[in-house]
Design a binder for this molecule. Sequence first.
Ligand code: DI6
Ligand code: FE
Length: 401
Amino acid sequence: MQQTPLVLTSCRAATIAADGFGLIEDAALVLDAGRIAWVGPAADLPAEHAGHPRQDLGGRLVTPALIDCHTHVVHGGNRAGEFEMRLHGASYEEVARAGGGIISTVTATRAASEQALVAAALPFVDAMIAEGVAVIEIKSGYGLEADTELRMLRAARTIGQQRPVTIRTTYLAAHAVPPDYKGRADAYVDEVCLPTLHAAHAEGLVDAVDGFCEGIAFSPAQIERLFKLAVSLGLPVKLHAEQLSNLGGAALAARYGALSADHLEYLDESGVKAMAAAGTVAVILPGAFYTLRETQMPPIALLRAHGVPMAIATDMNPGSSPMSSLLLAMNMGCTLFRMTPQEVLAGATIHAARALGLADRGTIAPGQVADLAVWNADHPAELSYRIGFNPLHHRIIGGVL
Ligand code: DI6
Ligand code: FE
């Protein structure tokens, strides 16, 4: 951590305000004790900071560091074979019902040690960091039994110790019904999901609780039992909702004050209204839409009209979204869903922070954590405009270059 305040100069700052990029030409930022102390036009820099050390950013663009608020980056194995099956015509649901899909990753994850899970995830985590990401949410959900669910969450915490990145963990045992509980989803919830949540929480491994509310996964009633326990433990909830069909998952999540409802291709207006009323963030995941060749678009215009904050994330996972580039997710949000460059940048910063319950990240303002990304770019729209090019110059994490 910097001992004295550091002044960043010669930059253009996109502060990411609720109503736009908040672009400040010829900006200065003061970083002190890991936080942003001041931001504004360089000409207005308070005299008290005039004598502090300076870092010239060469006219580059500065934004809040990016936040990937929905990933399954800790997992064993990969599903390139299933990718080939789907190219030959099998659907995601057919593959899942045939025992492939999530369950094949469960087999590989159960066989992996914590160390192996960390080692497998790090190349993807490093790719995220190289694109200016400072916070990564990581879900469990490929164990579907106590030991492996806990091991996945421990692996996620270990990644946060091995890399300069903030990790937020999400408990997702309600991701799929394991083969030994086939046809007995209620028993799986009672015997595995609920007791393992107690254990994971007791070990400090859970920042939020998630589920997959879908015909091939869990019903709203089953999810609700999980949410009741989460609320009683003081843990926030979120939900994979309305991804393949509309079961009213987003409205259920909103009733429990969820931080976010994610995917949402099949969300209807009543679900949008419920989310708006509850302040639940819509997490848009174009990587899964693209990979599954989905044609039903999430209701972006309705979400916009009702003022629901939209985040954007990679959904990095071995099946439906083998994509670790948040910049590509932002580009897809624009090109596939007609979100604006401003919306996707807010979606990968301020709204992503909110989807994780982090009030002190994702915007450039006094008091915020000094997690910043410095880009070889003139305008923030360049971040979502290019495809497969990384314009990051460097990150500043906790005020440290
Ligand atoms: N929806 C998804 O897109 C991922 N999980 C979920 O509930 C898929 C995870 C996988 O296919 O491994
Ligand atoms: Fe997901």
